[in-house]
Design a protein around this ligand. Structure first.
Ligand code: HAM
Length: 421
């Protein structure tokens, strides 16, 4: 026997019926995003490494430790994208979209980070992300949070808590950063190794450390919200006003700092109250008013988020079986095979999910029924007797109910069990 191969660590196959649940999530999200005016961009999975080190920040964990980076055949350094925002801004600038006024764009697809795999954390994971470029006021920040709330409602994800913060801007953040670093220097010895390292390079990330001892030591750390400049404060107050108006519940959490350097002002996360364990952020994002400039463009503000599909799927009821996969299973008596084959294609042309026994060796009606019961609740029975009378039988296997339809009406009157995606 030849060797069999396994999927590599941190990567997953998404098989039916889970893949069908994903299709439903994606379909609902796409539809909703479009209701809010977002249009899809399909982005490449590989980008130049420099795009991410400039965009996300060379000192972030994502860029410094987690990227899949390699030289291509010409020796250029390229990376599998660890996120979509930097790529989207690159595409926006490359297509000169800034000349067309504000843009609302979304993307979907796999991202790659070499993190330690655990529940809800993989090395390849799927994000659905949106970015609004060219909007400077807080209404759009609130709008995308309200949009996520609507999506969770539609998917019946109940326990998602929205936490918001403001990270200030170029004007006011340096003073906060200095104040925080001074505080952290005083308690440095009590911090974990990673946090100790961050005291000087990236003190805000210390607030994000999951270690119990770091949480305890930083409980009294200065809050970023006490250091906001007038403009950042007004933006944050505006955000809260719009969230109230759209009845989008939230909590302020001054410890949200995010792991990417591009954020200014608004930062937010939707956290699952239970069902996910430590990796409980279902969606996260914020404002990045300096990123377009950082990537060589004009001063265009931006705000967006990305949602992790694996984490969202973990919160939904598990899809149990293949039951109800098809709308109908078509069974036929031996002399009716050719007629059945023709019916099969016409039914599908009418958007119905239908299968029949396709192999050449004859199978009794009983054996076909056994096959049918595995994948459909309803049968279409095509027999010689019915054919002679221009009829066809429709049978519901669950209720046992059976009815005869005229062949003329059947195709147009048969309905899908559920929406076809
Ligand atoms: P992020 O917080 O790095 O932000 O990721 C967003 C979401 O992706 C997380 O909340 C989580 O649901 C999911 N996610 C991240 N890493 C993993 C992983 N290893 N395994 C499974 N799921 C994961 C960003 O990526 C920003 N680009 C979001 C954004 C868009 N900000 C502004 N615009």
């Amino acid at each position: 026997m030849s060797k069999r191969y396994s999927v590599i660590k941190g990567f997953r196959d998404i098989l039916p019926p889970e893949s069908e649940q994903w299709q439903q999530i994606e379909e609902k999200a796409r539809r909703l995003f479009q209701c809010f005016g977002f249009r899809e961009v399909r982005l490449p999975i590989l980008e130049s490494t420099e795009l991410f080190s400039r965009g996300i920040g060379a000192a972030t964990d994502i860029v410094a430790k987690e990227m899949y980076t390699f030289a291509d055949r010409k020796g250029r350094s390229i990376s599998l994208r660890p996120e979509g925002t930097a790529s989207l801004v690159r595409a926006y600038l490359e297509a000169n979209l800034e000349q067309r006024g504000p843009q609302k764009l979304f993307y979907a697809g796999p991202m790659f980070r070499y993190e330690r795999p655990q529940k809800g954390r993989y090395r390849q994971f799927y994000q659905l992300g949106v970015e609004a470029l060219g909007y400077s006021g807080p209404a759009v920040d609130a709008e995308i949070m309200a949009m996520l709330r609507l999506l969770f409602e539609q998917l019946e994800v109940k326990k998602a808590v929205l936490e918001i913060n403001s990270l200030g801007c170029r004007e006011c953040r340096p003073a906060y950063r200095e104040k925080l670093a001074a505080f952290l220097r005083g308690v440095k010895a009590e911090l974990c190794e990673d946090s100790q390292r961050r005291v000087e390079d990236n003190p805000l990330r210390v607030l994000d450390c999951k270690e119990e001892k770091c949480r305890a030591v930083t409980a009294d750390a200065p809050s970023v919200l006490d250091f906001l400049c007038e403009a950042c404060r007004a933006h944050f107050e505006g955000l809260k006003k719009y969230l109230d108006l759209w009845e989008t519940l939230y909590q302020e959490n001054p410890r949200i700092v995010r792991g990417l350097d591009y954020y200014t002002r608004t930062a937010f996360e939707y956290l699952a109250e239970d069902g996910l364990g430590a990796q409980n952020a279902i969606a996260a994002g914020g404002r990045y008013d300096g990123l377009v400039e950082e990537l060589g463009g004009p001063a265009v503000p931006g705000v967006g988020f990305a949602m992790g599909l694996e984490r969202l799927a973990l919160l939904l009821p598990k899809v149990k079986s293949e039951e109800g996969l098809l709308d109908y299973f078509l069974v036929y008596t031996p002399g009716m095979r050719e007629a059945a084959l023709k019916w099969l294609m016409n039914l599908r042309r009418n958007n119905l999910r239908v299968e029949m026994y396709l192999e050449e060796e004859p199978k009794s009606l009983k054996a076909q029924l056994k096959l049918a019961a595995k994948s459909a609740e309803r049968l279409i029975i095509l027999g010689e007797d019915e054919q002679a009378r221009g009829k066809v039988i429709i049978k519901n296997l669950k209720t046992g109910r059976q009815e005869e339809l005229s062949q003329e009406d059947a195709i147009s009157s048969l309905k899908p069990q559920r929406e076809v995606i």
